[in-house]
Design a protein around this ligand. Sequence first.
Ligand SMILES: Nc1ncnc2c1ncn2[C@@H]1O[C@H](COP(=O)(O)OP(=O)(O)OP(=O)(O)O)[C@@H](O)[C@H]1O
Length: 640
Amino acid sequence: MTDDRSPTPADEQRGEPTASGDAAPTDAGDEGADGDSEAAAEFTIADFHDASQREGRPVLTAAAVSRALEIPHEAATTRLEALAERGELQRHAVSTDPVVWYPTELEDLTDRERVVVFPKRREIIVDRPDQFTRAQLSQFAHLADGNGEQGYRYVVRPEDIWGTPHDSFEDLARTMRQALGQRSEKLEDWVESQWDRAHQFRLVTHDDGYTVLEGQSAEIMGNVARQKLDEEHVHAPISETEDWVQEGSEAAIKRILYEAGYPVQDHRELESGEELPIDLEVSLRDYQRTWVDRFAEAGEGVFVGPPGSGKTVAAMGAMAHVDGETLVLVPSRDLAQQWADTILEYTSLEAHQIGQYHGGRKEVRPVTIATYQIAGMDRHRSLFDDREWGLVIFDECQHVPSDVYRRSTHLQSKHRLGLSASPIREDDRQTEIFTLVGPPIGTDWEALFDAGHVAEPELEIRYVPWGDDEQANAYGSADGREKYRIAARNRGKIDEVRYLLSAHPDAKAIVFVDYLEQGRELSEALEVPFLSGETPHHERRRLLDEFRRDERDLLLISRVGDEGIDLPTADLAIVASGLGGSRRQGTQRAGRTMRPAGGALVYVLATRGTREEDFARKQLQHLGRKGMTVREQTVERDED
Ligand SMILES: Nc1ncnc2c1ncn2[C@@H]1O[C@H](COP(=O)(O)OP(=O)(O)OP(=O)(O)O)[C@@H](O)[C@H]1O
């Protein structure tokens, strides 16, 4: 990575970039065929690299450069010659063939990634980042857009800095320089200010056992903590920089200071609960090991990764680290059973040590799996205190209901682990998750796809015409929510589902619907059972088991199927409705197909010319930002 470049016009439009690595394309425009010498002088090795990147080869002819950079052939030749004169290019002439050109610096032949930093907007655009760069970037920035022609767009938010795994700002700065290939002073200054904010306060355990809130200085203590907190949270001050914390108000303190922009470092000695030796009987993947190490260091955190990436298995690693009695909270009964099975399969624990606590069973054992629903009920609150839990796991923690949140704030003295496939919420749950459970511990999704642990699905939005005029007219005269309902239940989608299923005759498919009526219509048309909230438990289980055992290749499922049910290795998902849903729902649904089997396809159906189109785009944009490819296709009425 060598050359200094001046900003291109595109850069100027975007802001004030600083560039590292090789140059971005210059405006190799279409001036006259004779290509003046000034233009030739401005032509740099970076332009040659661009051409070779576009052509997909390192060795180019003048014709190829002319094609790739859209300049006349003669101009290409002049420029190549000028570069060769400057010693940056070598030429090789083979008697009858055209001259070929290649860079003098052979290292430059390797695939280059370009990193452009926009410090003011705290954005980083990376062209073709490799896994290492992505892993480095994900430690202090998040991928905001992985789809555009502009390359990968990363944004650095305060929360990204607050949650970095580094021990010191110097370590973080080193990671940044490695990722960016240079030092961006402006960005580093801002990051340092955020780093400082996140290290102003910490909770520690006093020798006498109680919790103390420590501020970095008397000023910050006086100006922030003592302004925001009152006697409900802290007793009298111990010193200018220390307050004695009221037992049980740790979560509230963390939340208040987080909202004030000062996340609290939690350095208390956590309880490990009643001892329970747990050995892992599976070897963790590298990234799972990193998750567990980071959890072990902090005693808290949220594993964030796409469905199927191995969060549950990694959680067994966290259990083995704590070696204490564990309470697992899950969103549904099906998931409780799945957890029990996974624990048996992957750890040394035996069936009699594992209990389930929900509508069906009430067992409190050394490892107890309870549903959020029960955990939120007053009459079951003893669940939290019945045993000396050393670790509390919140599965699908973006769903911790508010009553469970309130009830479990006093669990702050235990180790806490959250699991989540989609931490982003339309509302502000991030703060709650961060303060109740802990900071996110994650891996760049694309790195997981690349490593082959999770298969990347292909996503396609299909714009489907109305099945009949009656519905189209009804849509025209309806308003508000009714419009969504009518568009969602467009009967044209039945034909489209049929068409897609017939186009993938060997695929195991799941069709999602949001409206029971539509589910029933599809069920009748496709002659498959419809799995909804009304389906009895044993029947649900039977259908899912048959699907799992390959005795059934099609499932039609309502919103109930989005979460809490493990639908393994579907290779085709069709979302027939449900676009009013959140990004989280989009992630979940696409996620159902992201099992290690590979080759998954997701189709989202939206009625043409209706608001569903926008919803589909918005919902899937989120997945696009995660680095997946989203295609769009307009369906003609006579397509099938
Ligand atoms: N270290 C490992 N070794 C072998 N198999 C693993 C490992 N980690 C995960 N798996 C397998 O990968 C699959 C997905 O793992 P897991 O259920 O932990 O993912 P998850 O992220 O919790 O998924 P979901 O979000 O859908 O609950 C499982 O079949 C599991 O057995």
